[in-house]
Design a protein around this ligand. Sequence first.
Ligand code: CP
Length: 337
Amino acid sequence: MDFVGSHILSVSQFDREAIEKVFSVADQMTPYANRQRVTRVLEGAILGSMFFEPSTRTRVSFGSAFNLLGGEVRETTEVKASSISKGESFYDTARVLSGYSDVIVMRHEIEGSVSEFASASRVPVLNGGDGSNEHPSQALLDLYTIRKELAGQGKQIDNLRISLIGDLRYGRAVHSLCKLLKLYNNVHFTLISPPELALPGEYVEALRAAGHEVVESSDLQLNITNADILYLTRTQEERFPSQQEADKYKGLYRLNQSIYTEFCEPNTVIMHPLPRDSRGNANELDNDLNENPNLAIFRQTDNGVLVRMALFALILDITDQIDKHSRAVNWYTAKRF
Ligand code: CP
């Protein structure tokens, strides 16, 4: 894969070699994300950050990643703050904004919208999530996290046992993660969801065709006993035809410390793309797990900065220049990693 100048729209663009390249550069970003060193390699560069759907970690971590490389960020949030609300097309918006930016990250509720935007953009575009289709940078940071967590246990991604839990129909992070895991060997997938929110058939068929074992079930406790990774998801209420319909599925699958202790292997890692829905009728991942050392959700969010820095570094072709433009920090830095 040639990263330089490329759009990142789908994880289907990646093979294992390209994934390893991203992870290797992400490892090199640690001193910068950890505030041990500062680099100004992207001084003068501008990231156009366009989030037409709500976001905390994708929007802010893409922005922080660009800032940590020395660049500046110009943000548009919400359709109503953009001239898209006046009927402007993606084509015109892309032509305009790509004149103001060196690279753009975009999120929008319509599947395929980011690709449509990218086709008119004069600069590289990264998909920050398009409807229930894909969330490539989330899947890359999830896989990076899985690899790190497993390495701590002397394991690799090949032969992984992963349980994906919750709204697998609308969860774009799950869709992209399945496409990446498909590239590895002998992964055992347990898909736990109500039948109405099952992983779409094309994903299941692709995993089986690639030689992976896939078990589908609607029972949580029976299916989390032999897993390296539990990957929980929120009910994606914004994708449902009505709030009433979404509410039917909230709270069906809840993991807390007592269920974990009773049913899981001691080293099972708990992941979630976040946000977790902590409201009483949902609460898929209980706060009583917060002190569980196997809860990796905030290691995922920290890893997101490293992976997004790596994507910018590869796309903008600056991997060899980062250290040359760096120095030690000169302010108090809290320990983060
Ligand atoms: N995981 C994720 O996409 O979170 P945000 O919606 O907060 O960006």
